[in-house]
Design a protein around this ligand. Structure first.
Ligand SMILES: [Zn+2]
Length: 383
């Protein structure tokens, strides 16, 4: 067994729309500091990211879009043009140097991919990536370049391997899904809050791929206010069925943590229990089905003080085979960030559920999810 690798450099924090925007990469540094303070991450585990080239971005992105991102980042693209590329919306406004800063995140994900595919390690984590809403010719939902899609296409083209993409962000992984919608060489699996009230509105059970790709897009839309038990039941059952059906060579997972009950952008009611369990189950699946080969990236997560560092740490701890810690967070981490936090700062690794509201319609939600699960399993069991 090899030791996992962790891709990080402070330069990755530069991907920032503006100071009030909810997408804040400070969470990368906070997670890294928490892991270092806990003694589970050391300098020798960390590799520096490389940059992605234009040619690599073109694996999935249109060249006119890449040109537009370059010009927008230099303030040289008209309002009208920016609009047509999704580059001046409230969600995804243009910012200085956006091409250079966005391609760094792609490069970081590629560094993790190469560490695994070149055999330096079985498992690698790059939390800077996971920008799953990026389309081939348009920016969307805080995402400009789709690092995950570029990485998966890179694995397919250069190494000829079959990739299972697992997306546990609260939002549907639409960008990655559409890019691989017509191929049977990549399976996209996304479990997310139903698109009825949440961006991007897609990800229904009936989106299953087209042509050769039919049956290779898997969507599990759960109801708003879904809790741990119901979510984990669906996740465990469908993920293993998807793996048996597809038989991937490599697992690539997107680990948005915005399905946590304290995330301000979504309506799910998950706690640390789910975020401890997700990466441990993926780790188990990788060991069982892909010779341990697993690349993980970050994704959504907008409560950077109370949620993201603790939840993201679980991915690295899973890769290392370390059980989810209990009790107080390391003192050095508390001292560093506690005083800066504008909200109550958590004291323990696990959630202490004093402010977790009792969920209304609990039975009804679980029932609805269970009937969705039954239908999803029928799809997965089809030959
Ligand atoms: Zn999200």
């Amino acid at each position: 067994m090899t030791s996992p690798l962790y891709v990080y450099d402070d330069s990755l924090l530069k991907y920032r729309f503006h100071s009030k925007h909810p997408f804040n990469q400070m969470r990368l540094k906070m997670t890294t500091d928490l892991l270092m303070a806990s003694g589970h991450l050391s300098a020798s585990d960390i590799i520096k990211p490389r940059e992605a080239t234009d040619e690599e971005l073109e694996l999935v992105h249109k060249s006119d879009f890449i040109e537009a991102v370059k010009l927008a980042g230099e303030g040289k693209l008209s309002e009208e043009k920016m609009e047509s590329y999704g580059l001046n919306t409230e969600d995804t406004p243009s910012f200085e140097g956006m091409h250079e800063k966005s391609r760094m995140l792609v490069g970081a994900t590629l560094s993790a991919v190469e560490a695994v595919m070149d055999g330096r390690t079985d498992k690698a984590l790059s939390l800077a990536g996971g920008l799953h809403h990026g389309f081939s010719g348009r920016a969307s939902g805080f995402c400009i370049y789709n690092d995950s899609a570029v990485a998966i296409e890179h694995i397919r083209k250069k190494y000829g391997k079959r990739v299972l993409y697992i997306d546990t962000d609260a939002h549907h992984g639409d960008g990655v899904q559409w890019i691989f919608y017509d191929t049977n060489e990549v399976m996209t699996y996304s479990i997310h809050e139903t698109g009825r009230y949440l961006f991007p509105g897609t990800g229904s059970l009936t989106e299953r791929g087209t042509e050769e790709g039919f049956g290779f897009a898997v969507n599990l839309p759960v109801d708003a206010f879904t809790e741990d038990e119901s979510f984990l039941e669906i996740f465990r059952e469908t993920l293993e069925a998807a793996i048996r059906k597809f038989q991937p060579d490599v697992i690539f997972s997107q680990n948005g943590v915005d399905a946590h009950f304290r995330d301000p952008m979504t309506h799910l009611a998950l706690t640390s229990r789910t975020f401890e369990e997700i990466p441990r189950f993926v780790n188990e699946m990788a060991d069982k089905y892909t010779d341990g080969k697993w690349i993980a990236v970050g994704g959504g997560g907008y409560n950077i003080w109370q949620v993201v560092p603790r939840m993201w740490s679980q991915i690295w701890l899973s890769m290392k085979g370390i059980p989810a810690p209990r009790g107080p967070l390391p003192e050095a981490f508390m001292d560093q960030y506690g005083p800066k936090s504008p909200v109550d700062f958590p004291e323990n690794w696990e959630d202490v559920l004093t402010d977790y509201n009792d969920i209304p319609r609990r039975e009804e939600i679980s029932e609805k999810n269970r009937s969705m699960l039954t239908r999803a399993m029928l799809h997965l069991e089809e030959q």
